[in-house]
Ligand binder design. Structure first.
Ligand code: FES
Length: 137
C-alpha cells in the first residue's frame, strides 16, 4: 500500500532533526490527527534556502512527506518553496493512500510558517503565498 519511495523516505529520512542556526522556524499542527511538525530554514540574504530540516511527532507518512519536501525546496528561492503544494510532494513520492493525504499537508504548511517567521524576524513584509489554506480541516 505504500510506494517504494515512501518506504525509502520513511526508513531513511533526509534532513531530519533540529537546526541550531535556522533563521526561520515554523510549527504547525494537523487538525485531523493532532500531530505536530516543525520546519527549520536557513535563508540567505538573497532569499535562497541554503539549508532545511524538520522534526515531527507525526506518523510515517508525515516523515516521508517532510523528508521529500525538504529535498524539493533545498537550494530553491523562497518564492519557489512557497509554491510547493502537498499534492506535488505526494506526486514526487508516487502516491499515498487516500487516508494519509492529510499527513502531507503538515510539510507544506510548516514550510509556509517557517518562511513567514523568517520575514517577521527581519521586520520585513511577509510575501504572498504563506497563507495556510488547509487550516481548520
Ligand atoms: Fe498525523 Fe499522519 S496521522 S501526520
Amino acid at each position: 500500500m505504500y510506494t517504494e519511495k515512501v518506504l525509502d523516505h520513511f526508513s531513511h529520512p533526509r534532513n531530519m532533526g533540529e537546526m541550531q542556526d535556522a533563521n526561520g522556524v515554523g510549527m504547525v499542527g494537523n487538525a485531523k490527527c493532532g500531530d505536530i511538525m516543525q520546519m527549520f530554514l536557513k535563508i540567505s540574504d538573497e532569499g535562497v534556502i541554503e539549508d532545511v530540516s524538520f522534526k515531527t511527532f507525526g506518523c510515517g507518512a508525515a516523515i516521508a512527506t517532510s523528508s521529500m519536501a525538504t529535498e524539493l525546496i533545498k537550494g530553491k528561492k523562497v518564492e519557489e518553496a512557497l509554491k510547493l503544494s502537498n499534492s506535488a510532494v505526494v506526486e514526487a513520492l508516487e502516491g499515498l493512500p487516500p487516508q494519509k493525504i492529510h499527513c502531507s499537508v503538515l510539510a507544506e504548511e510548516a514550510v509556509k510558517a517557517a518562511v513567514e517567521d523568517y520575514y517577521k524576524r527581519r521586520g520585513e513584509p511577509v510575501p504572498e503565498g504563506t497563507e495556510r489554506k488547509h487550516a481548520g480541516h
